[in-house]
Write a protein that binds this ligand. Structure first.
Ligand code: DX5
Ligand code: ZN
Length: 217
């Protein structure tokens, strides 16, 4: 099956956000991936709800927001108001993950949980039925343009197994170092959604590159 493509707007030209949102809007990408970084959970700062709200105003497509922040509970409503459809928090940033997931769902957003490269999928055993999405980080979060961590392929297959075993409807999303080569292997291992930043925005023809990623299925 063809994967859902979620271009990461972290790699867009921040001086031309409307132009870049409109390019993705014209493409076959079904989702927009918005990376929020607080300089505490990760060693970088990106953008917050005001910028996402502006970007979301240029499209009707699905807004997938990835929070790489501590204390995400404080901002759930802000990201809902900004136009987010799926809100993903980090397993490593949430002491009371079940409570956070329920709070996200109470706003009618979908809820995702993300795992850093060192965090095993087995830790999701008791929450997998409650989440709409699991995002596996295939680089250490914080920056675009990093090298894909190979272990993610086996990890994707393990997660797929857990989802089937627990009868969960969670989608598998992979984020970091995704291109058509890693993309094909990820989809074969069970990935449903591919996030891609530099591979899309640094290419000569981003719309065509998005199409090529969608053909990874
Ligand atoms: C990294 C972010 C990613 C990043 C991916 O912390 O979560 O979404 O933008 O960028 P590429 O595709 O360039 O690895
Ligand atoms: Zn991301």
């Amino acid at each position: 099956m063809n994967p859902i493509i979620a271009p990461s707007m972290l790699a867009a030209d921040f001086g031309n956000l409307q132009r870049d949102v409109e390019m993705v809007d014209r493409s076959v990408a079904e989702w927009f991936h918005m990376d929020v970084m607080d300089g505490v959970f990760v060693p970088n700062i990106s953008y917050g709800p005001a910028i996402i709200k502006k970007m979301a105003s240029y499209t009707d497509k699905f807004i997938d927001t990835h929070l790489m922040i501590v204390n995400p509970d404080r901002y759930i409503q802000d990201y809902k108001d900004a136009g987010t459809h799926n809100l993903t928090v980090h397993y490593e940033a949430c002491t009371h993950l079940h409570r956070t997931v329920q709070a996200i769902k109470a706003t009618d957003m979908q809820a995702g949980v993300s795992l850093n490269p060192h965090t095993p999928v087995s830790l999701l055993e008791d929450i997998i039925q409650d989440v709409d999405l699991v995002l596996l980080m295939s680089v250490n979060p914080g920056f675009g343009g990093q090298k894909f961590i190979e272990n993610t392929i086996g990890k994707t297959a393990k997660l797929k197994e857990l989802i089937l075993q627990k009868n969960s409807s969670a989608k598998i999303e992979i984020d970091g170092g995704v291109n058509t080569e890693t993309g094909k292997r990820l989809v074969a291992a069970g990935a449903d959604v591919l996030v891609a930043g530099s591979f899309v925005f640094k290419s000569n023809n981003p719309e065509q590159t998005i199409q090529e990623l969608a053909n990874c299925g």
